[in-house]
Design a protein around this ligand. Structure first.
Ligand code: B12
Length: 382
């Protein structure tokens, strides 16, 4: 391995500083013996003879109890300490004040988290947060995460310490995290309480629109000390969000019910990335008037809001059962036009940066529903 320029400079500086420290701390007798030993090994003639003479003279001076020269070499302890600190910091590659200067990191909710240094050990308690940390260049700093964290592929290799329903706190503690990253509205309040009791710093991530990704990734880069990667990723995400704004759909939106679970009937509220994704495709979440992120709604309310498209966010096998639940509600437009369909793209539900890639598929389904509605309308008007 070829040494870098930094290593070539650091090694001699550290070696010199260390020699100086040893010299300054050594007793006079030890210094005298060392000088004698070196002088004796130098030749009596030639270019090094002068140095032999000078070292021998210095050793002789140390023999005198008056010691005229020794005080000149023994520097005050403060200077010595400064040298040692410099040597230590060069060896570890840390800045001089790093250990003594705690820093504030502001999370997505505006809360300040105090850490001694950028987080080197991170526990991520949401699959979306894990994806975001990887995007910010901090994937290698994640020491533990939850079962469903599967994006990117490297995330699957990280230690699992629980899932949406339970967490293994002894293993969480054993992972010795500098910080625990959670997702706003997704991490159960009881979990947050336990983290506080364990005195673990909690950093909250929050994404409710596509325009949020860039700033979130930048902040995570600062948190993990990986700003270089994070800034580049954030620029790309900001660009994607701007492009999205340019292609905003104009016209009458398709009414959509986004079904997350069948019993109870879960959907998503208005202040949600999934609602924005629907809007981008020219659709409207029929429950966008609800502020709560994951409301439970009633079938009869869905009937009254009459969606033109029901998107079931689940696997095709489960969707077969979920679809049957809608069969009795023949007044719903989506049921009449057979627009009760599966939308199985976990990228959108996970709400990490790959949510952008879920948009074309989502927009296709919305466009198909719009066509189905206009065909139906034409049928009735003829
Ligand atoms: C609503 C819901 C969502 C909503 C959450 C809305 C929001 N807050 O933004 C949306 C659609 C966004 C979502 C996303 C995901 N979800 Co979800 N979700 C649910 C659901 C239907 C209800 C949860 C609930 O509200 N419980 C009631 C409240 C009172 O209890 P709670 O503990 O406070 O609930 C919170 C957590 O469950 C949390 N949450 C939701 N999903 C997930 C996933 C994980 C891994 C974690 C840690 C937490 C979490 O959000 C709830 C609060 O809003 C459950 C299934 C069920 N019936 O329980 C699945 C469920 C929890 N989700 C699941 C999964 C896998 C996901 C995703 C990874 C996507 C996916 N399908 O692959 C993403 C993760 C998002 C992220 N950013 O990391 C799995 C979890 C499996 C497990 N054992 O860990 C479940 C059990 C569904 C299933 N497939 O079996 N989810």
């Amino acid at each position: 391995m070829t040494p870098t320029l930094q290593e070539l400079l650091i090694v001699p500086i550290v070696a010199l500083a260390t020699c100086y420290a040893i010299w300054a701390l050594a007793s006079r007798a030890w210094r005298r013996r060392a000088l004698h030993a070196v002088a004796e090994r130098l030749p009596q003639q030639g270019v090094l003879a002068g140095l032999r003479f000078r070292l021998a003279a210095r050793a002789a001076a140390l023999d005198d109890s008056g010691c005229g020269t020794c005080n000149k070499t023994a520097k005050p302890p403060l200077l010595l300490l400064a040298y040692m600190q410099l040597a230590g910091s060069l060896l570890t590659g840390t800045r001089l004040e790093a250990a003594t200067d705690p820093k504030l990191y502001t999370d997505d909710t505006g809360v300040s988290v105090t850490l001694a240094a950028p987080a080197a050990r991170i526990v991520s308690l949401a699959p979306g947060a894990t994806e975001l940390l990887f995007a910010a260049g901090a994937g290698s700093k994640i020491v533990a995460t939850v079962q469903a964290a599967d994006e990117p592929a490297a995330a699957k290799k990280i230690l699992r310490i629980g899932d949406a329903n339970k967490l293994d706190y002894p293993r969480l503690r054993a992972a010795k995290p500098d910080v625990v990253v959670v997702w706003r509205d997704l991490t159960n309040p009881l979990v947050l309480e336990s983290l506080t009791k364990l005195k673990l710093p909690v950093y909250t991530v929050s994404i409710s629109e596509f325009g949020d990704f860039a700033a979130t990734v930048r902040r995570l880069g600062t948190l993990a000390g990986t700003s270089k990667v994070a800034e580049a990723a954030a620029d790309r995400l900001a660009h994607r969000a701007t492009e999205l704004q340019k292609r905003k759909f104009k016209g009458t939106p398709v009414r959509v019910f986004y079904m997350v679970w069948d019993s109870p009937l879960y959907t998503i509220g208005g202040r949600h990335l999934i609602s924005e994704a629907l809007a981008h495709c020219g659709a409207r979440n029929i429950f966008d008037d609800i502020d709560f992120p994951s409301p439970i709604v009633e079938f009869k309310t869905v009937v009254s809001r009459d969606p033109e498209l029901i998107l079931m966010s689940t696997t095709p096998i489960t969707a077969r059962d979920w679809r049957e639940r809608w069969t009795p509600f023949t007044t719903i437009r989506a049921v009449q036009t057979k627009q009760v369909i599966t939308f199985e793209d976990t990228r959108l539900d996970r709400m990490g940066p790959t949510a952008f890639d879920a948009l074309p598929g989502l927009c296709e389904k919305v466009a198909a529903a719009r066509d189905a509605q206009s065909t139906q309308s034409r049928k009735f008007s003829n």
